[in-house]
Ligand binder design. Structure first.
Ligand code: GLU
Length: 495
């Protein structure tokens, strides 16, 4: 279902800086980029940082850095600017407030003075009566004089969209075809929050219009937002862009990709030693094919041959084994010189070595002992069968549960530092009234594969959150199979 592209398209990705750069962002970015380049258009990055509760300061730079590493260059963005800046939503707030006012003037939006308490109560009653959640449009009929008066008197309000209560809204997806939604099922969504920040819906539409975006290509999780956006474009009197929704990446069990089951951070793959070209090729295959059964192809070849006709809707499975196979195909084509250069640039980097050296300096008598003492800093997944991991008298399932709680606490850290890691682990020990060593020993084995690693918190810090999460999850799988504390072999072995 390809649509003719008559003018050079302008497309964008709009990541929210709420955490590590996500592999799904790379996937969406690739398709945006390839589509833009196929038709001589522009690929833009806009940072959507209006959700202040989930905002993480270091995330924006990490995202840009990760996309750069991934190997696709943007034409406009927060770091390089462009004709439609700023490219960061927190720097565009007056635009959204003005847009919300415009809609109020047009009668397409209204101020909602409902308190949080009222809305909570409403939700409770709806849940109790098994009704779908949604706003009851209580403030929709407040007269505009009253509304102005109350706003002027300083009463707090949000701005809500006056959703049509009948009819259907449709859009023509480049790969899904015609998609239809009944308006009656759509809520009077909030456009502007009480703190003056826009919601995603308002900011996204205002910016896509202001930045002259012609094609919105995003993940399928946004399909249900699109009718709302189409209606917003209509209310503003703007021409809506074309919309395309790519299928979400899946775990091998077909569930939506999640860090519980699959590492989702681009940084993990960089660290693992996946080549960007291999990752682009692999992600390209997550929905698209070159035709025939040729699986190995460059991004340039993809651009030359690109059309949505070759995109198939089906749950694309992010299969690590396949990615590794693909990476191996690329690795063996590299010259020896490139190999050495990449090893230095990606694995034995100066900054990584500088973090590791202080941890082992005192335990090494000659450099020949460096690698044997630090191999787990350079390894990927570890095996646990040969190292006693269970503390005395504690069942594997129990330790696995501790790990799960500790990991959750790690997730909510806003900073990955030794003091914070220490705080999490010590608090856990204290709150659960367990012996410190009963937690620390299995954690040491989980992250390093040995009983004699360098200081634990420092090791966890240097390994990084993604690697620690991955290894602890693998160790949890192993622990769940361990009922009795395993008899301890005399000498611990590494994987
Ligand atoms: N900020 C949204 C995200 O994090 C952007 C969705 C869109 O592309 O409209 O994915």
């Amino acid at each position: 279902m390809s649509h003719a592209v008559t003018t050079p398209p302008r497309v964008r990705i709009a990541p929210s800086p709420t955490g590590d750069p996500h592999i799904g962002t790379a996937y969406i970015a690739l398709f945006n980029y390839v589509f833009a380049k196929k038709h001589g258009g522009k690929f833009i990055i806009r940072i959507e940082d209006t959700d202040r509760t989930r905002y993480r300061a270091e995330s924006e730079a990490m995202i840009l850095d990760a996309i750069k590493w991934f190997g696709i260059q943007w034409d406009e963005g927060p770091d390089i600017g462009g004709p439609y800046g700023p490219y960061k939503q927190s720097e565009r707030l007056p635009l959204y407030q003005k847009a919300a006012d415009t809609l109020i003037q047009k009668g397409a939006a209204y101020r909602c003075f409902c308190t949080v308490e009222r809305l909570d109560k409403l939700r409770e009653v709806q849940a109790a009566n098994k009704l779908p959640p949604g706003y009851d449009r209580h403030c929709r009929n407040v007269s505009s004089e009253d509304s102005d008066k109350r706003a002027l008197a300083g009463e707090k309000f949000t701005v809500r969209f006056k959703m049509p209560t009948s009819g259907v809204t449709t859009f023509d997806d480049q790969i899904r075809g015609k998609v239809e939604f009944e308006n009656a099922r759509l809520d009077d969504l909030v456009l502007l929050k009480a703190d003056g920040f826009p919601t995603y819906h308002l900011a996204s539409v205002v910016d896509d219009n202001a930045m002259k975006i012609t094609h919105v290509i995003r993940g399928e999780e946004w399909v249900s937002s699109t009718p709302k956006h189409v209606l917003l474009y209509e209310a503003f009197g703007w021409q809506a862009p074309s919309f395309t929704h790519l299928n979400l990446l899946r775990n091998t069990d077909k569930s939506k990709i999640s860090k519980r089951k699959n590492p989702t951070s681009i940084l993990y793959y960089r660290r693992k030693g996946i080549l960007p070209a291999a990752l682009r090729n692999f992600l390209a295959l997550m929905g698209w094919s070159l035709g025939g059964d040729q699986e190995i192809f460059s991004t340039e070849t993809m651009i030359e041959n690109f059309s949505w006709d070759r995109f198939s809707l089906g749950g694309p499975v992010f299969d690590l084994t396949k990615l590794l196979w693909m990476n191996s195909q690329y690795l063996k084509e590299l010259s020896n010189d490139t190999w050495v250069k990449l090893l230095r640039d990606q694995v034995f980097t100066e900054s990584y070595l500088k973090q590791i050296v202080p941890l082992v300096k005192e335990r090494v008598q000659a450099f020949e002992e460096f690698i044997p003492n630090t191999d787990f800093f350079f390894a990927g997944d570890l095996k646990y069968e040969n190292t006693p991991i269970l503390p005395k008298g504690v069942a594997g399932k129990v330790v696995a549960n501790w790990f799960s709680d500790v990991l959750e606490a790690f997730e909510s850290l806003d900073e990955w530092s030794v003091p914070k890691i220490k705080e999490v682990m010590e608090n856990f020990v204290e709150q659960n009234k367990i012996k410190a060593k009963d937690l620390f020993m299995p954690m040491r084995v989980a992250v390093s594969g040995t009983l004699v690693s360098p200081p634990l918190m420092e090791t966890i810090h240097v390994l990084g959150k993604e690697m620690v999460r991955r290894r602890m999850r693998l160790a949890m799988d192993y622990l769940k199979t361990q009922k009795e504390p395993a008899p301890s072999p005399a000498k611990p072995e590494k994987a």
